[in-house]
Every structure is written in C-alpha cells, then in structure tokens.
Design a protein around this ligand. Structure first.
Ligand code: GLN
Length: 211
C-alpha cells in the first residue's frame, strides 16, 4: 500500500493514537510483506518497529509475524535467536499475530510438508492450500468481529485443518477456520494487511493495549 493510501485511510478511519493506548508493535522484518503491516498500523496511528534481533522486541506490547515463506523465516528465527525470544515473548503473555506464513510458524502441527513451528496455537495447518502465487484469491467469509462478511486475500495460504478446544474461530472461509485466537495469540490464513479493512488489526491492537 502506498503512503498516499495510508494517508487517505488515516483520514477516513476514526481512530486516534490516544485510543490505542500508545502501544508499540514489533513486526518481524526478516522476509515477506512486513511493510504492508507497518503501513496498515501507521494508517491506524499505531507505531511499529521492525524486529530482526531479540533486542528489537524490547518495549513492544505485541508482535506481528507477516506473510512470506515460512521455511525461510523459520531458518532466520533459529539463526538470530528469535525462535526462543518469540516463545519467551508469548510466555510473558504478550500478544502475537501471525498472517499466512506467520500463522504457519505459530501452529502446533504443520503438514505439506511437515515443518518445525513455535507451537503457540493448538491447530494443524496444511501449507500452500489456498490460491496461486500469481493469481491470489480475494473472497469474503463470515467473521465474528463485524456484521458484514470479511474480505480475505489468500496467497498460497495454509488451510487450518484442525483446531483444539481452546482455540476460538473468529472467521471462516469455505467452512474452515480462517482467523483464530488462542489466549493472546491470533493467526490468519489470509492477509488482512493487504486490504483496507482494519477490523482484524484493531482486534490485535486491542489485545496489546489491554495489558
Ligand atoms: N506458502 C507460504 C508458506 O508456506 C505462505 C504464503 C504466504 O504467506 N502468503 O510459508
């Protein structure tokens, strides 16, 4: 999203910085569409920092794991000591939100192919199930966060095949969970950061501001 679009959004959206409790959100900036999350947060008046080392997490009230390639991101997390740092961040009860590849990193079980993951959401995901790389699908599905169906952009996203009993399903597509939450961790199989709808990010910012 361009800066111009961000500026238009901030005029249109009735959200002010003081309402967000001046939270600062870290965005894992290793690979993938981290800048789209930064633009969306900026349009909501929420400051963010790029996270590339464990030290970057200091002072963050929440962390976003963006879309991209989860295998590449995982390797980087291990090399930089971020794998353990993110688990500690979650143990400290700080909220984390993963979109697409980020959701894969958060799952307890990853298939197609099998892959190590942080294991912070009791769900099984099947990689590369929705949409093609060059022709992404934009669909709408029911969402508990708003009255109208939520716009969802899928780009080779994971199917959430199974969720455990502590997982709340916040949105569905084609009868399958598409947005879920377990405690203070949220995961989306799609990319809310690639739409103009701030509903999902609002929910996450609220979690971060609550503590
Ligand atoms: N296919 C990617 C993966 O398995 C995820 C794609 C995305 O984040 N849009 O990691």
């Amino acid at each position: 999203m361009s800066q111009a679009v961000g500026a238009v959004l901030s005029e249109v959206l009735p959200i002010r910085l003081e309402e967000q409790g001046a939270v600062k959100i870290g965005i894992l900036a290793v690979q993938g569409d981290f800048d789209a999350h930064r633009t969306m947060l900026a349009s909501m008046g929420v400051p963010s920092v790029e996270v590339r080392t464990p030290a970057n997490l200091q002072g963050c009230q929440g962390l976003i794991l963006p879309g991209g390639e989860s295998t590449t991101q995982l390797q980087f997390l291990r090399e930089e000591g971020l794998y353990q740092a993110i688990r500690q961040f979650a143990e400290a009860d700080k909220p984390i939100f993963g979109t697409c590849a980020g959701a894969i990193l958060l799952a307890c079980e990853v298939k197609n192919p099998q892959q190590e993951s942080l294991g912070l959401v009791d769900m099984t995901v099947l990689r590369n199930a929705y949409g093609r790389q060059i022709a992404s699908d934009v669909v709408r599905g029911p969402c508990t966060l708003k009255a109208e169906p939520l716009e969802m952009v899928f780009i080779r996203g994971p199917v959430i095949e199974r969720v455990g009993p502590r997982v709340e399903v916040l949105a569905e597509y084609s009868g399958k969970p598409a947005l879920v939450q377990q405690g203070r961790v949220m995961a989306a199989a799609f990319h809310p950061e690639l739409t103009r709808d701030t509903t999902v990010h609002q929910r996450f910012i609220q979690l971060a501001a609550d503590k």
